[in-house]
Ligand binder design. Structure first.
Ligand SMILES: Nc1ncnc2c1ncn2[C@@H]1O[C@H](COP(=O)(O)OP(=O)(O)OP(=O)(O)O)[C@@H](O)[C@H]1O
Ligand SMILES: [Mg+2]
Length: 584
């Protein structure tokens, strides 16, 4: 899984991780330098001469003579400085390593959550119909964050521990091989045993965490999303209970895995100190002078002091990795979902010049067992005003989504000027149409930004903006506001009325200079007067623009050239407004 994750990082990140590896190796070497330098230091503290007789010291002495210092007269000072230098230097490198690994881990976590969100947005519409948005939110926010703490950092720590052990091994194998090997195998065995017995518990806790994360997110979204009903029904307690239940499971699973990861520390520390005492005892019993063994004991003490925390974080890392593996599997899956859509750049231009036609189009939703549209045939000519009516559930919205290329017909084809819609041209087709839904999406931004949605403030075309606002009959209202186009709409458009909202939607469509504008029940939430004036703005649009209007109220469609009536997923008839009225 780690390998799969590795392949998700960019070249640059991988390079940075390689540099981090170099830093880890350097840091391990400085550690051993620090631990090693304690031996001559303690030796000289206990008995002066021996150290200065060694080969290593004569090499050092050569340097010192060059610097004008007498290494034999000042041996104590030299070794003290050397020891202090080694300690300070290795600590500095460790600090540097900490900064580098933390920065890098967070940057990599950011890459992952951005990539997850991007891939989600680039999924085809049908994939969104079956997905649950809580999954996405918990994935992008929380899971990606846990990736940092429970995957990336632990892996770095484990690698670090490995190298540190390796250099310590090389060092001690020369000094006291037997002692070191016995020590390492005892500690290794203890960790392995603990790990083995915790493995299942960790996995289980990880699965619970993964599941409840999603659940908590969903409960929150449902409670807040339906806040009006929650208040009206007095169902606050019900929602709190749902939340408390999931959140409790989530937190206790987290507590469980955190605890499991830190338990071994106490065993191991106790074991280490006991082993140390035992060694001292054995040395003393064997009749050796304590001063002879003191340097060695000190180096062991220091090695243990450096190694134990590292081993412990490595173990914690391993535990984290175990408990996060269910979540990691989810993340990898979402990072591996192909972006199946053409991103539009390479798409062939296609725009309505003559006609839009449905040829034998049939469609069925993934979760539906009956066909939702069957054998749909019609031709819409450029500039026509077309109405679509039908009972609820007759397939109007589905038909619209297919004509906009959001859904792909199961059979048959949608033809624009005789060219079938396909992945290659869908991008440009979608750019040449505008959709005004029943509830217009409004960003908490200025009116200008909402009309020119998706454009940066500086690049908004002011003339086009005013023209679109005038045609949508909202210009007078905007002018009456103290800040005009720069007035803010408020989150989800709380500061404007329903009619104004729909007109902003229409102005948005006009600003986009779409060839074809589709209104799906765009006015059905409005009262009759407001609807009439919004429809007036639709009718006053240029003759070149083709308009498709889905409506519940037949009266909405009285200006339409032709009306398509749907019944249970089929075209019942295509007729004029008058014929529709007469036909009842
Ligand atoms: N995401 C979906 N998954 C499964 N079935 C769906 C989905 N969306 C719609 N349907 C079904 O497809 C049929 C057509 O739905 P559609 O939304 O097109 O109807 P409509 O004519 O727009 O209805 P309304 O007037 O209520 O908006 C219905 O039977 C509906 O239950
Ligand atoms: Mg509908």
């Amino acid at each position: 899984m780690i390998k799969r994750l590795w392949s998700k990082f960019s070249r640059r990140r991988r390079f940075q991780f390689s540099m981090l590896l170099v830093l880890i190796v350097v840091s391990s070497i400085t550690e051993i330098f620090a631990v090693g330098s304690i031996i001559p230091f303690i030796t000289i503290l206990t008995k002066q001469s021996a150290v200065t007789d060694t080969e290593g010291y004569s090499v050092l002495a050569g340097f010192l003579y060059g610097m004008g210092i007498d290494p034999y007269r000042n041996a104590l000072l030299v070794l003290t400085v050397l020891f202090l230098f080694a300690i300070v230097f290795s600590s500095a490198v460790r600090l540097l390593l900490l900064v580098a690994e933390t920065r890098l881990a967070f940057a990599a976590g950011n890459d992952i959550s951005v990539d997850m969100y991007r891939r989600t947005l680039y999924q085809p519409y049908e994939a969104h119909l079956v997905a649950n948005s809580s999954d996405v939110v918990s994935g992008v926010l929380i899971k990606a964050k846990r990736m940092i703490g429970a995957v990336i950092i632990p892996v770095i720590r484990i690698v670090n521990a490995f190298f540190l052990l390796l250099v310590f091994f090389i060092f001690f194998i020369n000094i006291e091989p037997l002692f070191f090997l016995v020590g390492v195998s005892v500690f290794g065995l203890v960790y392995a045993l603990i790990g083995l017995s915790f493995k299942r518990k960790l996995l289980l806790a990880g699965e619970i965490e993964n599941r409840e994360h999603r659940q908590v997110m969903q409960v929150l979204q449902e409670g807040l999303g339906g806040i009006r009903d929650v208040i009206l029904d007095r169902s606050q307690d019900f929602h709190v209970r749902l939340f408390a239940d999931s959140d409790h499971k989530l937190r206790s699973a987290s507590a469980q895995s955190t605890l499991l990861a830190s338990y071994p520390r106490y065993f191991i520390e106790t074991l280490a100190i006991s082993a140390f005492a035992l060694t001292g005892f054995l040395i003393a019993r064997s009749g050796q002078a304590m001063t002879d063994s003191l340097p060695f004991l000190a180096s062991i003490a220091m090695a243990v002091q450096r190694l134990l925390p590292v081993l412990q974080t490595a173990f914690q890392g391993w535990a984290n990795l175990k408990s996060i593996s269910p979540m990691l599997a989810d993340i990898l899956r979402s990072l591996e979902t192909p972006v199946s859509f053409d991103l539009g750049e390479a798409s062939e231009p296609i725009a309505l010049r003559e006609s839009l036609a449905f040829h034998n189009v049939s469609f069925r939703y993934q979760t539906s067992d009956v066909a939702n549209l069957s054998e749909i045939n019609f031709i819409i000519r450029k500039g026509e005003r077309i109405g679509v009516v039908g009972a609820t559930g007759s397939g109007k919205s589905t038909l619209i989504d297919i004509s906009m290329g959001l859904l792909e017909p199961a059979s048959g084809s949608v033809l624009v000027d005789g060219v079938p819609l396909s992945r290659r041209n869908i991008g440009s087709w979608q750019r040449s149409l505008a959709h005004v839904p029943q509830s217009i999406f409004l960003a908490d931004a200025t009116i200008a930004e909402n009309i020119a949605l998706g454009q940066a403030k500086e690049s908004i075309d002011q003339d086009l903006l005013i023209q679109a606002a005038k045609q949508a009959q909202i210009y007078d209202h905007i002018r009456s506001l103290p800040q005009g186009f720069d007035a803010r709409i408020g989150e989800r458009g709380v500061r404007i009325s329903g009619g104004q909202r729909q007109r902003i939607g229409i102005a948005r469509a006009l600003y986009k200079r779409a060839d074809i504008i589709i209104l799906d029940e765009a006015t059905s939430a409005l009262d009759n007067d407001t609807e009439r004036s919004v429809m007036q703005s639709v009718e006053s649009m240029s003759e070149d623009i083709t308009v498709i209007i889905v409506a519940h109220r037949i009266s909405t469609l009285h200006q339409c050239d032709r009306i398509i009536e749907l019944e249970r997923g089929r075209v019942k008839r295509i007729c004029t407004y008058q014929e529709l009225l007469n036909g009842g």
